[in-house]
Design a protein around this ligand. Sequence first.
Ligand code: CA
Length: 226
Amino acid sequence: MKILLVEDEKALREALRDTLATCGYTVDCRENGEDALDALCTGGYDVALLDRMLPGMDGLDALREARRAGVRTPVLMLTALDAVGDRVAGLDAGADDYLAKPFATEELLARVRALSRRPAEWEAETRLVRGDVELRPDSRILTGPAGAHTLSQRECAMLELFLRNPGVTLSRERILLYVWGPESDVESGNIDNYIHLVRRRLRLVGSRMELVTRRGAGYLLEVAPC
Ligand code: CA
């Protein structure tokens, strides 16, 4: 999972970066609002941690601009201010959550986990159409040429991850992180079981898409042309 960390205070930035990296996240750092906006607009992050007070363009303006540009990455705003009005300003600018400094590392990690479980971008889309199937993540109904089936929660999460990343090889770590979360102690063999189940589901609904094993690299969903 990829996190954008925007913080101008060097010591805090480095401490947060190290903590997040230790927890298995990939972290990109930025130090000012302009660079934060550029990075957000790439859309390449699962979660962004955005300091409110930044040199130049502040965090609120950067976030407002990013939202205006259609960026839906979940954003946790970090701030030294903690008055109700400041919280409201942060949320109004498009933050998904708000954390006042100083904060406990555990609390920050819990918020990141919560945001990564339900990315705003993904929630907004209630119907995922790729190749010859349609998945409705809210009702977990998968529909294909041969009919519809209701998936279990994990099957749905796994297939959703692949449908969002067609043609991309997803590592076992990435699948584990998304389907089971960063702190799960799930056995690696469970991934294989669920890959097997998802393949069966795709066949059941008559899909021609294939979940392909890339030995040593992970799995990839091949979307057959309709
Ligand atoms: Ca600051």
